[in-house]
Design a protein around this ligand. Structure first.
Ligand code: SF4
Ligand code: SF4
Length: 241
């Protein structure tokens, strides 16, 4: 049974969305398979917020998020989903300290998934900078390659940039695993592994979420995946032949 000792009003501004939509969003949150695992009750003690690194830097409080969910404050939940839920660093310090064994960080993940599912603008804005990363992972299986680490690309490293002036190509050759002798990717990825990853994304609904958030990127990504699958089919035929 959930226990709520509510102290103060968490949020006040009502969002511009009708009641039916708010209820639909809350239903999705409440029906998430992890919801009951992450929320058991709340003393409103504030330990989670006191230990939360993000709360030190942003207008964000895990205690507030837990209270909004526990008290079924639909307007407040929706409001928090427009910005605050993206402040969490997912460190789970809160989960380790909560006397009720709640996981505010886990609840944030549920709220984020729901924001993506409903195509909220906040989710689109937050995920936009990761387009390049996603493309790189899909096309190569890695997101960062040794040949991307150059002084020009990482000017913000300051004096530490000296460390990347090392002869990386030579150093990579010294690594015992041959799959890491490459400079174009962090390590060589077997094409079968990439195809399996695509299958997981499809089966778990990740691609469907991407389509909701960014249809153009979804089209590019699925084209790339089709190319890789064709490549894999050709490779299989070669093996059989
Ligand atoms: S630490 Fe736990 S009980 Fe205390 S405010 Fe946070 S979620 Fe509620
Ligand atoms: S998981 Fe999120 S809410 Fe919890 S302590 Fe870390 S940053 Fe704060």
């Amino acid at each position: 049974m959930n226990i709520a000792l509510r102290i103060g009003d968490p949020l006040s501004e009502a969002p511009a969305v009708n009641r039916e939509k708010l209820e639909e969003i809350f239903e999705d949150i409440r029906n998430h398979q992890l919801f009951d695992h992450e929320l058991h009750g709340c003393l409103n003690c504030g330990i989670c917020t006191a230990t939360c690194p993000s709360a030190h830097y942003y207008d964000y409080s895990p205690r507030e998020i837990v209270q909004l969910l526990l008290t079924e404050n639909l307007e407040g939940i929706y409001d928090a989903m427009q910005e605050k839920i993206w402040a969490c660093a997912q460190c789970y310090t809160c989960a380790a300290r909560c006397p009720f064994h709640n996981s505010p960080g886990g609840l944030i993940m549920i709220l984020r998934e729901t924001a993506i599912k409903h195509g909220m603008q906040s989710a689109k804005d937050v995920l936009k900078p990761y387009t390049r990363v996603l493309m790189k992972v899909i096309s190569t299986g890695n997101q960062l390659a040794p040949n991307m680490i150059t002084p020009d690309a990482f000017a913000d490293w300051g004096p530490n940039i000296a460390k990347v002036k090392a002869p990386l190509k030579v150093l990579r050759k010294a690594i015992p695993m041959p799959t890491m002798h490459t400079m174009d990717t962090a390590w060589e990825i077997n094409i079968k592994t990439s195809i399996e990853l695509y299958t997981i994304w499809e089966a778990t609904g990740v691609l469907g979420q991407l389509e909701t958030i960014d249809p153009n990127l979804f089209d590019v990504v699925t084209d790339l995946m089709d190319e890789k699958r064709d490549e894999y089919e050709e490779w299989l035929e070669e093996q059989e032949g």
